[in-house]
Design a protein around this ligand. Structure first.
Ligand code: ADP
Ligand code: ZN
Ligand code: ZN
Length: 724
């Protein structure tokens, strides 16, 4: 066989593919071992025509082809190619991000053969002698029915060897698994809203169709997914269900298992043991798994019979990866559904403004669930406590203290939500409500206490901290959202007998953490759940009758224009924890801005009105989704050199920026992170194509420019950034 030229990508921060010679026939998607520098690396053969002109003598050769598995599918490669192009990230690194770790290494992977062993007629007649105890036990067990290798090993550790012998002797054979008929566990009768949604989802046109399932908390969205998924499974289609990190609780998976007891449900998330992740991934790829439930990375899982995608809590920030390949799993899922020509359902009580805008533009179709599914359950009553008038004890108002005390007395559980926005304090006047805005753009200035400066993270504007309110002259101006720490400890002092359980990033790190939390909560061992953003997800904490919200005002006037969208979603979610069962819930929000539209909308349970006014604001200020953004970030040991790099880049690329507005450099909202200092340029355009044409040209320029700064400088592009 002659030499073939192939294009190979590797897991290195290098754009483009490399040309190798191959003695072996290979096709795109094949994993190979290639020499690279003085190492051997795992590579993936990609499509693309090798460049002309290079003589064979200058090319290195593919050393090995890992062909125990078939080449990665064309769909998988296409998704990776799209992600690499859209996020302006090297294709090699993109592909390797999408693969399970075991497949990123330069070694062959032989998939375990899961087909069970069964006795042949010859085997049935060949009963082992009684002294061959292991063989006899295995033979007897096989007489009752086929066994997988794993099951056989549980009988005797020698099972592998014995079965291999018997296979060679024709005493056993591999049994092809029967197609299991679909089994359905018990399901409730849908209410009218749910039934209408299910009917719409089921009768929609064949082919690509994005749906927004917009249902208030506890309205039975999951039930609608389950019943729609049942129809896919009945047609032997696979289904991909994307969930936010934290929702991936045993609760949800248990619900799927109970509903689909005979279906193979495979879970994909980053905390899974490597072997299990690989096995589930292969099961999905080879069509054995019917349902994949996973966090953002599972959007890449290859599924040959994919019939539908569900993105639960589609507004959740965890769908966006914040380092490396900065992809948004919901957006890639939309692309994937489009390519596969299948429906995709985005579910949320508080959809993202991007999705709301897509519904408005007629690209997505909306289905609404406006009642709670569970019997008499009602939405909780939301009340605002004006902290300008209330007397505060250690930051807590009397109504809040009374309400907490009453629940403690009645042995009901309360939830205390403390909004923690420590990073980017904005100055506000407690008298007239003035906040520190940027005179050049529509963002808020961030207080940098050490230097006593106010800075705009968007355009780089900087000014001194005023001594009094520029509007009304009152001296009482201070950063919003102060005093979070104090509130936490105050609860302990005010309610010394209360059993307080804290839920935050620290207390939920351990693998079993959520199991423990659920066990305690459902065993009635908790009086007050105290926590931050973590609580604002779709958890079911059973009978909560009170939710109190402290220090949420920071999200009203923030330097991050997405803050109010997020705050509303979070408060709706935490409020939704109250009154899920039969007791009506109560929500108390402490604020110094009770007349703010966000709180008014919260009281009225009016997502649509609030979203419409936010969209209006974003359009006026020319922020996403009205425009498309990318961030060019740079970090270095010192802010000055990151900024200098970006200033030079800006001068250099300005002539290329047709229809693209470049702002900055400005320090990042969190300037210092892990001993590095960060600055950024904001790149934006009302024309997505124009922005991407511009971004296409940047990487080589940036690499060249960065070399002048040596190893200490790093840059990255973030397309559709979620964090500033
Ligand atoms: P969501 O996903 O919107 O939060 P779920 O599907 O989890 O809502 O439903 C909330 C609760 O109501 C769950 O306990 C669920 O079992 C129950 N539920 C859902 N649909 C119905 C129904 N049609 N009848 C009775 N209970 C229901
Ligand atoms: Zn004032
Ligand atoms: Zn500005």
């Amino acid at each position: 066989m002659g030499l073939q030229r192939v294009q190979v990508v590797v897991d290195l921060p290098l754009f483009g593919a490399f040309t190798y010679l191959s003695h072996f026939p290979v096709s795109p998607g094949q994993r190979v071992a290639v020499p690279f520098g003085n190492r051997q690396l795992c590579g993936v053969v990609v499509t693309g025509i090798p460049p002309e002109g290079l003589p064979d003598s200058q090319l290195k050769q593919v050393e090995q082809v890992f062909d125990s598995l078939p080449p990665l599918s064309a769909d998988f490669l296409a998704l990776a190619e799209f992600a690499a192009a859209y996020y302006h990230f090297p294709l090699g690194q993109t592909l390797f991000t999408a693969l399970p770790t075991a497949l990123r290494e330069a070694r062959d992977i032989t998939p375990p053969d899961e087909r069970p062993y069964g006795l042949t007629d010859a085997g049935l007649a060949a009963m082992p002698a009684a002294r061959q105890r292991a063989r006899l036990a295995l033979w007897q067990a096989l007489g009752d029915g086929p066994l997988t290798q794993t099951q056989a090993r549980q009988l005797t550790p020698q099972a592998g060897k014995i079965l291999a012998d018997w296979l060679a002797e024709g005493l056993v054979h591999r049994v092809e698994p029967d197609l299991q008929p679909l089994q359905l566990g018990p399901s409730p009768q849908l209410n009218a809203d749910q039934q209408a949604a299910l009917d719409a989802l089921s009768s929609g046109p064949a082919g690509f169709q994005p749906w927004l399932l917009h249902g208030i908390t506890g309205s039975g969205k999951t039930e609608v997914y389950l019943q729609r998924i049942a129809r896919c499974l009945a047609q032997r289609q696979q289904v991909l269900v994307l969930v936010p990190e934290i929702n991936l609780t045993p609760q949800l998976i248990e619900r799927f298992i109970q509903r689909f007891p005979a279906s193979r449900i495979a879970v994909q998330h980053s905390q899974l043991a490597e072997g299990e992740r690989l096995r589930n991934w292969l099961d999905a790829w080879q069509g054995r798994a019917d349902i994949i439930i996973g966090t953002r990375l599972s959007v890449f899982t290859p599924m040959p019979r994919l019939g539908m995608i569900v993105v639960d809590e589609e507004h959740d920030g965890s769908f966006k990866q914040q380092d490396g390949l900065r992809y948004h799993a919901r957006d890639l899922a939309i692309w994937r559904a489009h390519r596969a020509g299948i429906p995709i359902v985005l579910g949320s009580a508080t959809p993202s403004l991007e999705t709301v805008a897509n519904v408005e533009a007629g690209r997505y179709r909306q289905l609404k669930l406006s009642q709670r599914a569970h019997g008499a359950a009602k939405l909780p009553q939301v009340r605002l406590v004006d902290t300008r008038r209330a007397k505060l004890v250690e930051g807590l108002s009397e109504p809040v203290i009374k309400a907490l005390a009453a629940r403690l007395e009645r042995q009901e559980m309360s939830l205390v939500f403390i909004n923690r926005r420590g990073y980017a304090p904005v100055l506000a006047c407690t008298d007239c409500g003035w906040t520190s805005g940027c005179p050049r753009c529509s963002t808020r200035l961030v207080l940098h206490l050490l230097e006593r400066k106010l800075r705009c993270h968007h355009c780089g504007w900087e000014e001194n901290v005023p001594h009094a309110c520029p509007e009304c002259g009152a001296p009482d101006i201070k950063p919003l959202g102060e005093g979070t720490q104090r509130l936490e400890s105050a609860l302990g002092r005010l309610f010394p007998t209360a059993r307080i359980l804290r839920i935050d990033r620290d207390t939920t790190q351990r693998k079993q953490a959520w199991d423990d939390i659920y066990r305690k909560v459902h065993a009635g061992e908790v009086d007050m759940l105290v926590g931050t953003q973590m609580l604002a997800k779709g958890h079911d904490f059973g009978t909560l009758s009170l939710v109190t919200v402290l220090n949420a005002d920071g999200g009203l006037y923030s330097a991050d224009y997405r803050a109010s969208e997020r705050l509303f979603a979070q408060l709706t979610q935490v409020a939704g924890r109250a009154g899920r069962a039969d007791a009506p819930g109560e929500v108390l929000v402490q604020t110094q801005w009770p007349e703010h539209p966000l709180y008014q909308a919260l009281v009225a349970h009016d997502f649509d009105g609030f979203a419409a006014s936010l969209l209006q604001e974003r359009r006026q200020a020319a922020f996403p989704p009205a425009v498309y953004q990318a961030l060019l970030r740079a970090d270095a040991a010192e802010l000055a050199s990151a900024s200098a790099f970006l200033t030079q880049v800006r001068q250099q690329v300005q002539p290329l920026a047709a229809e693209v507005l470049i702002s900055g450099p400005a320090p990042a909202l969190m300037v210092r992170l892990a001993n590095r200092e960060r600055a950024q340029l904001v790149l934006e355009s009302a024309n997505r194509q124009a922005l991407h044409r511009f971004l296409d040209q940047l990487p080589p320029l940036l690499d060249a420019q960065a070399r002048q700064y040596g190893r200490g400088l790093r840059w990255s592009l973030d397309v559709d950034p979620q964090e500033m």
